[in-house]
Design a protein around this ligand. Structure first.
Ligand SMILES: NC(=O)c1ccc[n+]([C@@H]2O[C@H](COP(=O)([O-])OP(=O)(O)OC[C@H]3O[C@@H](n4cnc5c(N)ncnc54)[C@H](OP(=O)(O)O)[C@@H]3O)[C@@H](O)[C@H]2O)c1
Length: 229
């Protein structure tokens, strides 16, 4: 039997690209669990359409498990997971002198966060007929063109790309599509002024979140077009 109405969960949904991804998914008629570290911030952002605010800190095992339990109780399944939350675009650092505490902290949110959340939600994603996982990455993680700089951020996103490949390979037979998406340079708190509008950055993420069955998996994309690993 075909499952009606897509249920999507987005991390870091209170501002920036995550908030816009929630808005676009809700506008397209999907039910969105808009998560944020602060419930108040999630509630403020949860407007327009079927948008449910929920507190979720991806670095906390407890918080992740409470969110998974809440989705299980309310919906019994999950169709789309967007691992969007990230920190530490460390433009002030160089790899040769980087503070490893900052590197570790970035990995906790940008790598282990998506990893633990995806593991926790996998039983619910497996109950979907059309499960999609989107890891929001960055072209900074492309080894093909890699230079120096932003070491904590870059290393964490390179590892997130590797995770994308492994999850895609391990879940391919189950029809779960797993892709990494770079939103481009976007004018948010992280991106700063001068980047493109959030709507444009978010659109490529929504594209990967709503791929048809048989769509690509294990890929790295921006605006629906492949990027070099
Ligand atoms: N902006 C760009 O130019 C650009 C370029 C390439 C890739 N990206 C990627 O796009 C994604 C979104 O970036 P953005 O520009 O929208 O960033 P942003 O404006 O800095 O927003 C980051 C979001 O992540 C949340 N967050 C941070 N730590 C968290 C945690 N432990 N648990 C849950 N949520 C947490 C923040 O919540 P709080 O409000 O609580 O801090 C906020 O909602 C990131 O993965 C980023 O790496 C952005």
């Amino acid at each position: 039997m075909r499952q009606e109405g897509t249920i999507a969960l987005v991390t870091g949904g209170n501002r920036g690209i995550g908030r816009e991804v929630c808005r676009q998914l809700a506008a397209a008629g999907h039910t969105v669990v808009l998560t944020a570290r602060s419930l108040a911030a999630a509630t403020d952002a949860a407007t327009g359409g079927e948008v449910i605010p929920w507190p979720l800190d991806v670095t906390s095992e407890d918080s992740v498990h409470r969110a998974a339990e809440a989705v299980a109780e309310r919906f019994g399944r999950l169709d789309v997971l967007v691992n969007n939350a990230a920190i530490s675009y460390d433009t002030w650092q160089r790899a040769v002198t980087a503070d490893l505490a900052v590197v570790r902290e970035a990995a906790e949110t940008n790598l282990y966060g998506p990893w633990r959340l995806t593991q926790a939600l996998l039983p619910l994603l497996r109950r979907s007929d059309h499960a999609r996982i989107v890891n929001v990455s960055s072209e900074a993680a492309s080894l093909a063109g890699m230079g120096g700089g932003t070491p904590a951020y870059t290393a964490s996103k390179v590892a997130l790309n590797a995770l994308t490949r492994m999850f895609a390979a391990e879940l391919r037979a189950e029809g779960i599509l797993v892709n990494a998406v770079c939103p481009g340079w976007v004018a948010t708190d992280m991106g700063g002024p001068g980047g493109r509008p959030v709507a444009e950055g978010a659109a490529g993420i929504v594209w990967a979140a709503t791929l048809p069955d048989g769509g690509p998996t294990g890929g790295f994309f921006r605006d629906g077009r492949p990027l070099p690993w």
